[in-house]
Ligand binder design. Structure first.
Ligand SMILES: [Zn+2]
Length: 133
C-alpha cells in the first residue's frame, strides 16, 4: 500500500458514495441475455418458417444456486436494461465503500501496535486474574 490516506478523507469519500447509493432508483440483479422463440400467432413467420424465431431478451439470475431466466417483453426491455445497469453501478459503489472502509480498519491497526510497543514490560509484571485461586 502507498501512503496512508487521512481517515476523514476516506470517510468523506464513503459518504459521497453512500449519497450516490441513496439516489439510486429501481434496479434489478442479473444479466441480460438473448434467446429465440416462437410467438404462437398462427399467421406469423415463426409458425411456418422452421428456421425463424423471434429474438427475445432474457434476464438471467442465480437464485440459491439455480439459474433463473425471465422473458423481458420488448416494450419494457429498454427500461430493464437501465435497471440492470443501475444495479451494477450500485454493486460497484458498494465495492468501493468496502475498499475504503477496509482502509480505515487497516490504518487503525498499526496505531495500536505502536502504542503497545512503546512500553515493553513483558516479564516484569504478569497480570493475574483475581478469579484464580
Ligand atoms: Zn411469431
Amino acid at each position: 500500500m502507498a501512503t496512508p490516506i487521512d481517515r476523514s478523507e476516506l470517510e468523506s469519500r464513503i459518504h459521497d458514495l453512500a449519497r450516490q447509493l441513496g439516489e439510486a432508483a429501481i434496479s434489478i440483479g442479473g444479466s441480460l441475455g438473448t434467446t429465440h422463440r416462437r410467438c404462437g400467432r398462427a399467421g406469423c413467420r415463426c409458425a411456418t418458417d422452421d428456421l425463424y424465431k423471434h429474438p427475445s431478451r432474457l434476464l438471467n439470475s442465480k437464485v440459491t444456486g439455480k439459474t433463473k431466466s425471465i422473458y423481458i417483453p420488448v416494450a419494457i426491455a429498454g427500461e430493464v436494461e437501465q435497471w440492470v445497469q443501475r444495479r451494477q453501478k450500485m454493486k460497484e459503489l458498494l465495492k468501493q465503500i468496502d475498499s475504503l472502509a477496509e482502509q480505515i480498519i487497516r490504518a487503525h491497526v498499526p496505531v495500536q501496535k505502536d502504542a503497545r510497543a512503546d512500553r515493553p514490560r513483558r516479564k516484569s509484571t504478569t497480570r493475574t486474574s483475581s478469579r484464580s485461586s
